[in-house]
Ligand binder design. Structure first.
Ligand code: SF4
Ligand code: SF4
Length: 296
């Protein structure tokens, strides 16, 4: 039995990756753990865990290819491209701006003379690595490529292949609620949304809790830097969504120090509280595993 745990957050910079790596390290003490860094525009879990990544696979995206011998220069392909990747000039061959193409296929379907076929381009890479007893999968989108969900989908495929080898799989998503985040969350059994007690944190948490409700995924809240603002706004929001605040982590210089040295959270007084958080969630996950086993 494998539990897939999403670590997400509506807002960037709340400590999502710190919580994801700390949880993965804690559970890896007694379990087989895979951590997937699905923040593919800016992956950083390997830096937090001091992991030198190794190449696993290239991610490709389909792109259109023109046969100008067949093209009658009607300009229709340019009219259906929502990303402005095709520039149509009357009586001239269309111009293709590859970097803006998301491979939707509208131009291929629209062409009346089948002058458009398919080609491929490399848009990113899946890496692997390991340290602290954790296996890491890390997706990275090439600079200036527009479609990060292709990288998340490639990560999801590798996760599906390897799933039976692990007890816990953590997916550290990007911030926000855009398509790559949804693609990552759809893999998860339970999700922890990391936030902070600020109006912006509260606003973005509400958006992610709404999304999780729609996706029918159990949502828990981790309140990071819990002593920097008004905790009540987060508690009120949690109540509104019938979600629990699993843990509150006060701001700590020690945590920042460990973070900057590429080490998971492990010791000192304040870190003890973070450790309690890790143990609490680990306990919940173990209970959930037991519940699932009883159901079966
Ligand atoms: S595949 Fe879609 S995005 Fe790409 S050029 Fe054609 S219409 Fe535009
Ligand atoms: S729709 Fe087809 S025929 Fe018309 S300009 Fe585009 S490629 Fe050429």
């Amino acid at each position: 039995m494998t539990i897939v745990v999403g670590i997400t957050g509506g807002k960037g910079g709340t400590g999502k990756s710190t919580v994801a790596t700390a949880l993965a390290c804690e559970l890896a003490k007694e379990h087989k753990v895979l951590l997937a860094d699905a923040d593919v525009d800016c992956p950083d879990d390997h830096l937090l865990l001091n992991i030198k990544r190794e190449f696993h696979s290239t991610v490709e995206q389909r792109i259109p290819k023109w046969d100008f011998d067949k093209c009658i220069k009607c300009g229709l392909c340019g009219t259906v491209c929502k990303t402005n990747a095709i520039v149509s000039i009357k009586n001239k061959n269309p111009l293709f701006i590859q970097a803006q193409c998301n491979g939707c296929g509208s131009c291929v379907l629209k062409c009346p003379v089948n002058a458009i076929g398919w080609n491929k381009k490399d848009i990113g890479t899946v890496f692997t690595g390991s340290n602290h007893g954790i296996d890491l999968l890390s997706g990275e989108l090439k600079t200036s490529e527009p479609t990060s969900e292709f990288i998340v989908n490639a990560l999801n495929e590798v996760i599906e292949e390897k799933k039976s080898e692990y007890d816990y799989i953590f997916i550290d998503t990007a911030a926000g609620t855009h398509c790559p985040v949804i693609a990552a969350l759809e893999m998860c059994d339970v999700v922890y949304a990391v936030t902070e007690p600020t109006p912006l944190g509260c606003h973005d948490l509400e958006i992610i809790l709404n999304l999780l409700k729609r996706l029918k995924i159990e949502a828990n809240i981790v309140l990071n830097r819990s002593d920097i603002g008004d905790k009540k706004i987060i508690h009120d929001l949690a109540k509104k969504f019938d979600s629990s605040i699993t843990a509150e982590i006060p701001y700590s210089k020690e945590i920042v120090k460990q973070y900057s040295h590429g080490e998971p959270i492990t010791n000192s007084d304040i870190i003890k509280i973070a450790k309690e958080l890790v143990e609490k969630i680990a306990k919940e996950l173990v209970e959930k595993t037991a519940e699932e086993m009883i159901k079966r």
